[in-house]
Design a protein around this ligand. Structure first.
Ligand code: ADP
Length: 191
């Protein structure tokens, strides 16, 4: 079983790459952003709650996010491995994920980060906002807030995974294909 955390700032291309990697390595792709957006579309209680945070570009509270993620994992008991996309985003989420996997005699195999500069990413998100319909992609102030959330709460995870010798990063600028190749090289070399 391999469990990969795909890591990167908003707009780094996690979702795009996850689509290729999940097929290539037969992984169950869990994107917390996608799951929240699905709940918003279906107007569930979880969706209504998540929307109040997401629309501002704030993170959804840990307790809600962790519970949702764990139940998604439990709904896929036969999975041969998970590709976590957009989770964990805080140290508490990472600790909860480690504890959850350990309770199943499992663990994170590696974290792979897609690296790119903020200015390039902000442009990509504004471009995506023209077609994605996502309120959090359409307003530069909300986008900047997502970067602030990232810098404050998510960036410390790099040290968290480095301390476990599980952190890898690849250059996230290039063609989609080139980046899939870079990520694959890391995954293929995991022990
Ligand atoms: P992006 O990486 O482009 O910001 P996502 O689809 O991963 O897009 O996330 C969109 C929003 O969903 C985040 O800004 C946040 O409000 C919420 N969200 C997603 N994952 C998490 C998480 N692990 N913890 C808290 N909030 C989350």
């Amino acid at each position: 079983m391999i469990n990969i955390v795909l890591f990167g700032k908003p707009g780094a291309g996690k979702g795009t790459q996850a689509e290729f990697l999940k097929t290539k390595y037969n992984l169950t792709h869990l994107s917390t952003g996608d799951i929240f957006r699905y709940n918003i579309k279906e107007n569930t209680e979880l969706g209504k709650l998540a929307k109040t945070f997401m629309d501002k570009g704030d993170l959804v509270p840990d307790a809600v996010t962790i519970q949702m993620l764990e139940s998604e994992c439990n709904n896929n008991p036969d999975s041969s491995g998970f590709l976590f996309d957009g989770f964990p985003r805080t140290i508490s989420q990472a600790e909860a994920l480690d504890a959850f996997l350990e309770s199943k005699n499992d663990r994170i195999t590696a974290t792979v980060a897609l690296e790119a500069e903020d200015e390039i990413l902000v442009k990509r998100l504004l471009e995506r906002g023209k077609t994605s319909g996502r309120p959090d992609d359409q307003d530069e102030e909300k986008i900047r807030n997502r970067y602030q959330e990232y810098n404050e709460k998510t960036a410390p995870l790099m040290d968290y995974y480095k301390a476990q010798n599980k952190f890898h990063s690849v250059n996230g600028i290039g063609s989609i294909n080139e980046i899939t190749e870079r990520l694959s090289e890391v995954i293929n070399n995991l022990k």
